[in-house]
Design a protein around this ligand. Structure first.
Ligand SMILES: [Zn+2]
Length: 271
């Protein structure tokens, strides 16, 4: 095993990266709002966000990461009023899994030092090739559907139809998350990341979650570990990459596998 470079006084040293890939399937319609610019007045409410080049709907990494952080903060009891700005926003204690995984936005050096570099990078999620093919026929180049929703006039009870654009149920997006390891214990944080993903599956992504939109599930998950040695030479030495999980069907199964691997590794280190 390659020795990590000696850590400086801050206590962090780069050990390698976990690469988590898989698919995010829309179980119900998904709406992540785009810009209404370019749409005529009286046109669509809340068009779906699209890649400006391909014009295909996608899920911004920041939306996915933000929602995962939010759910983990609630789970950890870390929804607090910001000490300076007075609003309930992403907290920055520097001492909890949410801060370690997602990073802190703090101007206090001590908090930033305790938190260390944020471990997680979430890439934009794009339609999978299979899904693109499946959706192209019924939806044309749009890859979305327009659903008419009724907004009820509270006085006259007359329904006013509002056209809503959404990514249809069954659509699949390819996800990629990179998880950097700077301390031995960082591997245990994968457990918290998987918990956040499970919370998302029982929550909603995007808007109108309380009206049934945005139910998603993760599937076909793959987790590989790329240690420092993997990046030390090109091409990477054979066997440098370690597959932790392959074609795992669900988040709970992946979480179980990660738990086993982390314990196994801790056992080897102790023995
Ligand atoms: Zn924290």
């Amino acid at each position: 095993m390659t020795q990590a470079p000696s850590s400086a006084d801050h206590g962090y040293s780069f050990q390698g990266k976990f690469v988590l890939t898989g698919e995010l399937e829309c179980v119900t319609g998904l709406r992540i709002g785009g810009s209404t610019e370019g749409f005529e007045i009286g046109g669509l409410d809340n068009p779906v966000i699209r890649d400006p080049v391909s014009e295909e709907p996608y899920i911004p990494g920041s939306s996915l990461k933000g929602k995962l952080r939010h759910l983990l903060e609630w789970k950890l009891g870390k929804i607090e009023r910001h000490p300076k700005h007075g609003i309930y926003t992403a907290h920055s204690c520097g001492d909890c899994p949410a801060c370690w995984i997602f990073g802190v936005a703090s101007d206090e050096e001590d908090v930033r030092k305790r938190s260390g570099p944020s471990r997680l990078t979430v890439r934009d999620a794009r339609l999978t090739a299979a899904c693109r093919e499946k959706l192209a026929e019924p939806t044309g180049r749009l890859f979305t559907e327009i659903k008419s929703e009724n907004a009820l006039d509270r006085i006259t009870s007359s329904a006013m139809p509002r056209p809503m654009e959404r990514v249809p149920p069954g659509a699949c997006f390819g996800i990629e998350m990179i998880f950097d390891v700077y301390r031995d214990d960082d591997r245990r944080l994968l457990h918290d990341l998987l918990t956040a993903m499970r919370l998302l599956e029982d929550s909603a992504l995007g808007s109108s979650g309380s009206r049934g939109y945005g139910k998603v599930r993760f599937k076909n998950l793959r987790l590989v570990w790329r240690p420092l040695a993997y990046y030390s030479q090109y091409p990477p030495p054979a066997g440098a990459e370690e597959v932790w999980a392959e074609e795992v069907a669900s988040t709970d199964k992946l979480q179980q596998k990660i738990g086993e691997r982390v314990e196994q590794r801790a056992g080897q280190a102790a023995g």
